[in-house]
Design a protein around this ligand. Structure first.
Ligand SMILES: C[S@@+](CC[C@H](N)C(=O)[O-])C[C@H]1O[C@@H](n2cnc3c(N)ncnc32)[C@H](O)[C@@H]1O
Length: 427
């Protein structure tokens, strides 16, 4: 095991709001304790790229997988090398393009131009359009639609896909942001169910300022990552897809360490917030589908799930039985969740090298006053999948660093603690 005190802790600012991200200090410590330089780390639920960034900083190869396109965008930007000069030039160039559009946008606003969904506008040689989607009419004021259409057009004007990714990430970060610093009329968009608050005090300057802050925040973080990232021939990849499917396509016995915070059961609806950015960035993609997300998948044939779970974790089925009386669909969804986690553990066991380790960061939750022992259940799943030396350590959550939905389906009140589950593959 490495001496943790001899390594610097490198905190990076969040590039993008992301519910239930784990702390970069935790990821840093765990990677140091469980790997050597050059080892390959895998995070099958990479979210806001915490594992990807910390692995880069520590000189480990790393692969991140996530089903969510915003997570993938964060992952791609975090794993790309952007040089300091390149970042500065891109900032100047984007700012120049924005400034050139301001006089025309000001005139449009003064003449009470209503920027409708589906409209096309030509501004300074940029061809901007508002996607045809009536939800944009509801969630974004006319001025915000004009600015976002213009920002997307600016992003598209760059040939370099890495530059477009960086600008798109800043656009998304300006939309999915803590109220009131969001270019939208959606309050609580960044961590729970968004609700609309009509805004009549919006100005071009304040809204463009939100994007400018988001862009500078992304760029500052990238500057820091690049300054401190260990240079070398490391693999660094962010892949979009279902974790089980992608891991099953990987070579067996190739991974040195798995670090992940699997989705929380019945709790965080990522597509609910992320669709706000998707409408602008990828208007032609199918709607983000909750059915693909572990923890949100529809439960389907209840009896099949229950029977399967009964055969693998009979003891815990008794413990969660009261949930069936209170809400049979939630009980069934929990069984489905258990099966999904069982499937990912099996896939991860296949790609891990013998005697290497896996860490999951997770929390228990409570549904209608019934405690759901998610942590114990996952330890049991690890045991039946032939992992050994399984430990679970409780740690308190710093609420200023990790945002959860509260008072919503699944969690009762703010979460106080999370568990770090550690296990070793036997052979
Ligand atoms: C608790 S978050 C991970 C947070 C991450 N550790 C971080 O620091 O930001 C869980 C993630 O699992 C992803 N996810 C859910 N279902 C998935 C699936 N079937 N395959 C891959 N990723 C999935 C979600 O999109 C979400 O980003």
């Amino acid at each position: 095991m490495n001496d943790l005190t001899s390594y610097p802790r490198l905190h990076t600012r969040r590039i993008h709001a992301y519910a239930a991200s784990f702390g970069d200090d935790l990821a840093n410590d765990l990677i140091l304790a469980n790997t050597q330089e050059g080892d390959l780390c895998l995070d099958p639920f990479s979210g806001a790229a915490t594992t990807l960034i910390q692995a880069r900083l520590l000189g480990r190869s790393v692969i991140g997988i996530d089903i969510d396109p915003i997570a993938t965008l964060i992952g791609k930007v975090s794993t790309t090398t952007y040089y300091d000069d390149e970042i500065k030039d891109l900032y100047d160039s984007v700012s120049k393009k924005i400034n050139q559009t301001i006089p025309i946008m000001s005139e449009m606003i003064l003449s009470n131009y209503e920027c409708e969904a589906g409209c096309r506008i030509s501004i300074n040689g940029l061809s901007a359009s508002v996607p045809q989607n009536e939800k944009l009419q509801f969630w974004f004021a006319s001025l915000q639609r004009l600015i976002l259409a213009m920002l997307v057009a600016i992003s598209k004007s760059y040939d370099n896909p890495n530059h477009r990714n960086l600008i798109d990430l800043a656009i998304s970060s300006a939309i999915i942001h803590k109220w009131p610093a969001t270019i939208s009329q959606a309050r609580d968009i960044d961590h729970s169910r968004p609700h609309r608050v009509l805004r009549d005090n919006l100005t071009l300057t304040s809204q463009i300022g939100i994007f400018d802050n988001a862009l500078r925040c992304v760029m500052r973080t990238l500057n820091k990552i690049n300054r401190f990232a260990k240079k070398g021939d490391y693999i660094c990849k962010a892949i979009e897809g279902d974790a089980v499917e992608v891991v099953n396509q990987m070579e067996p016995n190739t991974v040195d360490y798995v670090l992940a915070s699997p989705p929380y059961f019945n709790a965080i609806d990522y597509p609910r917030a992320h669709k706000f950015s998707q409408w602008w960035l990828w208007p032609h993609r199918n709607q983000l589908a909750s059915e693909l997300y572990v923890g949100l998948r529809p439960h389907g044939k209840e009896d099949d799930y229950i029977e399967h779970c009964m055969s693998i974790i009979p003891r815990y089925m008794n413990e969660i039985a009261p949930l069936r009386t209170v809400s049979s669909p939630t009980h069934s969804a929990l069984c489905r969740y258990i099966m999904d986690i069982d499937a990912i553990i099996k896939s991860l066991s296949n790609v891990l090298k013998p005697r290497t380790r896996l860490t999951f960061v997770l929390a228990n939750n409570r549904i209608q006053d019934i405690r759901i022992p998610v942590v114990d259940i996952i330890c049991e799943l690890l045991r039946i999948n032939k992992f050994q030396a399984i430990t679970s350590k409780k740690r308190s959550i710093q609420h200023n660093r990790r945002r959860y939905p509260f008072g919503l389906r699944g969690f009762k009140g703010l979460m106080e603690s999370e568990y770090v589950i550690n296990a070793r593959k036997i052979t």
